[in-house]
Design a protein around this ligand. Sequence first.
Ligand SMILES: Nc1ncnc2c1ncn2[C@@H]1O[C@H](COP(=O)(O)OP(=O)(O)OP(=O)(O)O)[C@@H](O)[C@H]1O
Length: 335
Amino acid sequence: MDEVLVAADVRKSYGDRDALAGVSLSVAEGEVFGLIGPNGAGKTTLVRALTGTTAVEGDVSVLGTPPTSVERSRIGLLPQSFSPASRLTARELVAYYAGLYDEARDTDSVLADVGLTGDDADTWYEDLSGGQQRRACVAAALVNDPDVLFLDEPTTGIDPAGRRSLWTLLDGLAAGGTTVFLTSHSMAEVERLADRVGLLNAGELVAVGSPGELVAEYGGASRLEVETDATPDSLPDIVRRQYRLAARDGRLVFEGLAPRDIGDAVRELESAGVEYDALTWTQPDLEDVYLSLTGESFEDGPAVADAPMADGGSADSDGRGENGRDRGRGRGGDR
Ligand SMILES: Nc1ncnc2c1ncn2[C@@H]1O[C@H](COP(=O)(O)OP(=O)(O)OP(=O)(O)O)[C@@H](O)[C@H]1O
């Protein structure tokens, strides 16, 4: 398969700060590549390097040529910060961008793809909600039916249903051969969409692989968490010898417990007279990979995942992301 995006030892510094400290990667045609990493890791700088909107050291090629030489109509870009004229309706905005290309998709059909129909399409940009504005911006990036689509945090501020419909849209585009380079703070989004994921930390790409590969390598083991006052020390020796036990966040944890062994572990607890309020079996996911490789925890603040974002995005109202996992408990230092 052809390599559509190639970065070789890309470096970018601002003063004495290295935004990119020698990043190399390649993305194949039709691949969805998800870039994750903490705030300030260099994700937007890498998108800018790949789109030729900032000068960098090292080699970058897009569709086989330097990014500044690629035919404009073949690239779609949704920057992280995009502030179109506020006194245009969503329809006028998309039509404006359509007019920049010799050939473009039908404005109404692109608006429908992002879920902006009826009155919303004829509402001034400044009067749309934050999520509707983001949808309009996604539509503007799609209108030229690009071969390569760069989306820098595309779903920020978009509600869960809107995110899912956008994910379906991106699935369809990738299936049709569009190469998608996506940055996101939503691990659920990246796990759901990306064929491969790169984790950028302090300007360095510290891991690249499919979500499954990364989870297998860095995600740690599955575990059973028991809400109880019991601690490992309070359990009989025979149980302590048989299981890898830990006490964490006020819970008793059976580390590395496979689903088929849950019943036996619970029977052991009951025969030891342990009282518990709840049991949760957890399989590691991309969030665990992120935490283990960045050393962050979700108690560190709103830097990651679906936590509230400065530009208007927000966590689901109960603080849980799309995968329903509790974001409130810090687990980064646990493994
Ligand atoms: N124009 C600039 N001038 C000076 N420093 C900059 C500039 N753009 C980025 N930086 C710095 O480069 C580093 C990487 O920034 P970048 O925006 O690429 O991070 P990011 O991973 O996209 O962050 P976020 O998740 O917050 O969007 C940061 O330390 C940032 O302060």
